[in-house]
Design a protein around this ligand. Sequence first.
Ligand code: MRU
Length: 344
Amino acid sequence: MNKQNHLEILPPRRSIIWDDNHIRFIDQRLLPKEYRIIETDDWQVVAEAIKGLGLRGAPLLGVAVALAVAATAVKTSGSSDKITTAIDGLRKTRPTAQNLFWALDRMSKIVEEAINTKLDQSLLTQSIVNEALEILEDDRNCCSYIGGNAQSLIKDNARILTICNTGFLATAGDGTALSAVYRAHDDGKNIHVYACETRPLLQGARLTAWELKQAGIPFTLIVDSAAASLAAKGEFDICIIGADRIAANGDTVNKIGSYQLALACEAHNIPFYVAAPTSTIDFKCMNGDYIPIEERPAEEVFNIRREIITPEGINIRNPAFDLVTADLISGIITENGVEKPLFM
Ligand code: MRU
């Protein structure tokens, strides 16, 4: 069953919930113009939403695919074949975010064990649902811990620069880099956020601006290319970004534009932090060169509001992420604390 309900809303600072064996999530393709909830128990609806960035942000991708597998298990009464088809299909949606593969590996392990031990289908369903709910709950908790652990780095009157959207829209909880911002604001610190618009899909202009405005947190939106000159003029004190995948040596892949922020911070002695749960760390990946970088369609670049803005037939590249090497990172804020960027 799939139904779209245009009227309902999710609880405050929530982008995804599990309700009556269905997933309910905010369709981020439409924000900030329209707030629409999609309710589904069909993994293919989730897969399409992920490909089109209706669901996005590394931690949220992990939670969403886990819940999609859980919905499949319930709907098919624990058919291991159907669950495996869902897992395989969800693996092909986006290549970079570690959390997506981490969550699907957890699901695969349960199915494999069930097959090996000839587990009853209803028990398999229950295990899959429990695992997915644990992933959701753990992500919410990680967000809170990340927000708390970041506070030693955020002084009163801090001006914080960030990119993309790392808030409640990108996780099952309050976010990663934005969880730090929410917590500082909730604790009564006087802060100001500089949000990069994040071309080409404008996660900063559309989503971070929407979140911060709702929360009443003072912020200024800038075009991505303004960040370096703000750094040169000392207009922000700290940069905090999220991560899509962190290699064992601390190299971090995040939204395209993150690398130039790190270089600008390095040049102007501004601390540069990454905030992410440990589920974003790919311990098997020795360094960032092994992390696959998604290339997205050229039309995301040449099309602005359904208007073609370039001459026809030109060459366009649209890498969705870039690599910030560990030497440019002051520290990684996880649920465990602020760590040196090295996990080997
Ligand atoms: O392409 P997106 O919007 O999924 O990219 C998201 C990011 O790059 C985020 O910074 C990252 O996933 C961390 S979200 C807490």
